[in-house]
Design a protein around this ligand. Structure first.
Ligand SMILES: [Zn+2]
Length: 80
C-alpha cells in the first residue's frame, strides 16, 4: 500500500495584548494548521482547497489574536 503524505497548511499568529488581571502585556505565538487531505471536507461535502483552508485558519487566528489572555500566574490569582 502506498503511503500518502498530506500537506499541512499552516498559519502563524501572534498577539500582544494586556493581561486582563494585571494589565501588563502578554505576548503569545501560536500556529494554526489543517491538513489538506481527501477527508477534510467543507460543509458542502467537497474536499477543501488550500485557499479554503487558509481562509479558515485566518478567521480562527484573528479571533484568537483579538482575545486577551491572562498570564498563567494571574489566572491562578483570579481563580482562587
Ligand atoms: Zn498578568
Amino acid at each position: 500500500m502506498p503511503t500518502y503524505r498530506f500537506r499541512e497548511i499552516k498559519h502563524q499568529a501572534s498577539k500582544s495584548l494586556p493581561c486582563p488581571a494585571c494589565g501588563k502585556k502578554l505576548r503569545r505565538q501560536r500556529t494554526f494548521s489543517q491538513t489538506l487531505n481527501p477527508f477534510n471536507k467543507n460543509k458542502d461535502g467537497q474536499v477543501k482547497t488550500e485557499l479554503e483552508i487558509v481562509r479558515e485558519l485566518v478567521v480562527v487566528a484573528s479571533k484568537w489574536e483579538a482575545e486577551p489572555e491572562p498570564h498563567p500566574a494571574c489566572q491562578k490569582a483570579v481563580a482562587s
